[in-house]
Design a protein around this ligand. Structure first.
Ligand code: NAD
Length: 505
């Protein structure tokens, strides 16, 4: 083990202790830092019996939590937000150590957790339904939103803690206990977050059983997905995972909220502010080492400005600092693991075979220093047309460029992939901007103008269409996914008129 890993291990232990987290040591799970690719700790995974016990505890807690007034439930989420403020630096650093995000993005992830807590606390006083005019005299119809039940949250490695909070903050104020199965690549950050959530429950006088954490691989997730007591499975990860999870939940008529893979494009029109476009593209494509669901993977650029844009991208990419995410100057950290690197290398090879020209990057770096870690130069590859390869998500900093002549063709290319998460258009032409965001424009859940596809904020509904799964989280009316709707008709008259003028006897 290198000295760097020894230091990371000690630092991770210090951060976990500062957040009051107890690590279940020993066992089959390995916590690895992608900074060196070496193990930080061995952890005990949950087994079938402990998963069963935790789901049971959450289910039992539902009986009291669902009748706790929503603003009182909000008090727990308020406490969570306060604890996250207090521990923002520690949790952000742990995210950098375990997921490889640069410091600013680790902190940004925790800020996003704080933001959703703020939104959820306000929302706890706004769980409202409609009253509807009845056709029958002396009758009132109303809609109420009631707590749904246990919510199972399955999360991916790349937003190891924020994804839980997008779900948990809303689920908790809606009256639902939460059972969390984090990514097998991000157990330490999950343990820390879970400890803070339990402290928040204690501080607010809420039952601690409303938050449960189950650690392990896919089989632990599968058990959660199968369990009929889990009313909603909110699953974030690859479209492959969604294909496995959705039919299992559907077979038992449970509810799914799916946040799956993206394959996000930016159209760059002739009128674009190129300086701004380049900054937006580089952040969206190379930031987080290309490991965001909203990462920019395809640039569709007008032929008149393509050469200039590519030249500017080449210049920007040549100065990107790659290295340890803990160094303040680093902008591109490591890939999560060897498999991610193999995906990057294979996609690059296929792109070249398909007639692609590599304009920037494409190589692994720092392999001598860290043989088990995978740092790569973000790559820009131009292709003669939108080939089949560009229809799949490669979770790495690999940006494809294709040229267009006609704006309608550019929109068609944007929409031609199976995924439908995020999209963007750089243009100063108001007709193009409006068309892009219209019903005839981008078919994605997110359609931005003059910013890249990456970097959503709390408040707007987040999610996408097609293979992205159709779920919406974290803003707008996303809270409704965590509740069940009940329609009540109340008769305050002495008559019993039937609807539709039906008579009976
Ligand atoms: P992954 O699909 O490998 O794993 C995600 C989670 O699902 C993990 O916790 C894993 O253990 C679990 N899982 C896998 N198969 C399962 C099964 N059959 N039953 C139950 N649980 C199962 O994804 P990853 O590599 O961790 O993350 C990267 C992927 O996540 C990318 O495709 C990315 O686009 C996507 N993602 C999407 C969003 C979004 O909001 N749309 C956000 C973040 C990441």
């Amino acid at each position: 083990m290198t000295t760097v890993t020894t230091n990371l291990t000690a630092r991770a232990a210090e951060l976990l202790a500062a957040m009051g987290a107890e690590v279940p040591e020993g066992g089959d799970l390995t916590a690895i830092s992608p900074i060196t690719g070496e193990p930080l700790a061995r952890l005990a995974a949950d087994d079938a019996a402990s998963v069963e016990a935790k789901i049971t505890a959450a289910h039992e807690a539902f009986a009291t939590w669902r009748t706790t007034p929503a603003p009182v439930r909000g008090a727990m989420v308020y406490e969570l937000g306060q604890l996250l403020r207090q521990h923002k630096a520690a949790l952000g650093e742990l995210v950098s150590i375990e997921a490889g995000k640069i410091r600013s993005e680790g902190l940004g992830e925790v800020q996003e957790m704080i933001d959703i807590c703020d939104l959820a606390v306000g929302q706890s006083r706004q769980l409202f339904g409609l009253t509807i005019a009845s056709e029958r005299p002396g009758h009132r119809m109303m809609e109420q939103w009631h707590p749904l039940g246990v919510v199972g949250v399955i999360s991916a490695f790349n937003f190891p803690v924020a994804v839980w909070s997008w779900n948990a903050a809303l689920a908790l104020i809606c009256g639902d206990p939460v059972v969390w199965k984090p990514s097998e690549n991000a157990n330490l950050t999950a343990i820390a977050t879970h400890a803070l959530a339990r402290q928040a429950a204690e501080a607010a006088g809420a039952p601690v059983e409303v938050v449960q954490l189950i650690l392990g691989g896919r089989e632990v997730g599968e058990q959660l997905v199968r369990d009929e007591r889990v009313a909603l499975v909110s699953a974030t990860g690859s479209s492959r995972m969604g294909h496995e999870v959705a039919p299992v939940v559907a077979a038992r008529f449970g509810r799914c909220l799916l946040e799956l893979g993206g394959n996000n494009a930016a159209i760059v029109a002739p009128s674009a502010d190129l300086e701004l476009a380049v900054r937006g593209i580089v952040f969206s494509a190379a930031g987080t080492a290309g490991q965001r669901c909203t990462t920019l993977r395809r640039v569709i650029v007008h032929e008149d400005i393509a050469d200039e844009l590519i030249e500017r991208l080449r210049a920007a990419y040549s100065t990107l600092p790659i290295g340890s995410p803990l160094e303040e100057s680093t902008l591109v950290g490591p890939l999560i693991d060897q498999r991610a690197y193999e995906g990057y290398a294979a996609a690059l090879k296929s792109a070249v075979s398909a007639g692609g020209t590599i304009h920037a990057g494409g190589s692994r770096v720092a392999a001598d220093e860290h043989p088990d870690a995978y740092y790569v130069e973000p790559a820009v590859v131009e292709l003669p047309e939108q080939v089949e390869l560009m229809h799949t998500e490669t979770f790495a900093p690999l940006l494809y460029v294709v040229r267009y002549r006609d704006f309608d063709d550019a929109i068609a290319m944007n929409n031609a992939v199976p995924q439908g998460l995020s999209s963007s258009c750089f243009t100063l032409d108001v007709r193009e901007a409006e068309l892009f965001t219209s019903a005839a424009g981008s078919d994605c859940g997110i359609a931005n103008v003059n910013i890249g596809p990456s970097g959503a904020e709390i408040g707007g509904a987040f999610g996408g269409e097609k293979e992205t799964g159709g779920g919406r989280e974290s803003g707008s009316d996303a809270w409704r996914a965590y509740m069940r709707r009940s329609t009540s008709t109340v008769n305050y008259s002495t008559e019993l008129p039937l609807a539709q003028g039906v008579t009976f006897g």
